[in-house]
Write a protein of this length. Structure first.
Length: 280
């Protein structure tokens, strides 16, 4: 995925969950403070750091209430990352995670996808509706999972994939999901486990949108019930895949000399799960 025409700014504050005040830093609009849409409904723990560089995408859609969308932030790494990496780029736009995963699935070139048998399929369906009865319950539940992959072999099981974007890197240097209590994420795990019991294949995909994260674990310190559900889902046969995002950003000027930025983002490799626990 390539994002063109980004504006660089400095994050002043995030408020009321969906709003961010940003001071633009370059060009004729440098020094102007704008309000941007924050496309992330989570807590943004360890990500929403005031004073950090951010990048916004503009919109000229007259129906939008806000003309700006917060896309990226550059964060200091404490502790430092691999090979002494001092900062990291993070994609805060959770709505883009599915597009990243879909792109890598359709390309089918990533080695781990071939190893797992996820590199070829007849059809890929988005927002697959399911109705399952989770273990320990007598009541069917309806939900939607991000993708349904139809296999090439007619007799093979169909594959459901649920995508979760990971941006939380704690001060122990490890990555975690979720960044706050998430009943919805826990419900998705129960649905995946029930689908496995019904004969389907299910994969939980962590889209790691923080290029300073080198491994991932369930955040038992923030949502112990999710961590327990994660363990139970794995035991039931749900597979887990963590994919790391490479983010590159470069500046350029438009025809009028306005400084703009271009971001290139792609899921490039698999990351391991870790067994570390974090104490608040």
């Amino acid at each position: 995925m390539v994002l063109e025409g980004l504006y660089r700014g400095r994050l002043l504050r995030r408020y009321k969950r969906f709003f961010a005040e940003v001071e633009l830093l370059e060009g004729p609009r440098g020094g102007e403070v704008v309000t941007a849409h924050c496309p992330n409904t989570g807590s943004m723990r360890a990500v929403c750091m005031e004073g950090c560089e951010v990048w916004l995408s503009p919109s000229d859609n007259p129906k939008r209430k806000l003309a700006w969308t917060w896309e990226l932030i550059r964060l200091p790494l404490v502790p430092s990352g691999v090979a002494g990496q001092q900062d990291a780029l993070v994609s805060v736009h959770t709505g883009r995670a599915n597009a990243h995963v879909e792109a890598v699935l359709r390309a089918g070139e990533l080695a781990v996808l071939k190893t797992m048998g996820l590199a070829s399929f007849v059809r890929l369906e988005r927002e697959a509706r399911v109705e399952v009865t989770p273990a320990g319950s007598e009541t069917p539940e309806r939900s939607r999972l991000d993708f349904l992959m139809w296999p090439v072999e007619e007799q093979a099981a169909s594959t459901y994939l649920e995508v979760k974007q990971v941006t939380l890197r704690e001060v122990d240097g490890h990555g975690y999901f979720p960044d706050s209590v998430s009943v919805r994420a826990r419900r998705h795990l129960a649905s995946l486990a029930a689908l496995v019991a019904a004969g389907h294949r299910c994969v939980l995909v962590f889209c790691v949108a923080h290029d300073g994260i080198e491994n991932v674990a369930p955040a038992a310190h923030l949502d112990p019930r999710y961590a327990q559900a994660f363990v139970e889902a794995q035991a039931a046969g749900v597979e887990v895949l963590a994919l790391s995002m490479q983010i590159q950003i470069a500046s350029y000027e438009d025809a009028l000399g306005q400084p703009l930025w271009r971001a290139q983002m792609a899921l490039t490799r698999a990351l391991p799960l870790h067994l570390h626990s974090f104490d608040i």
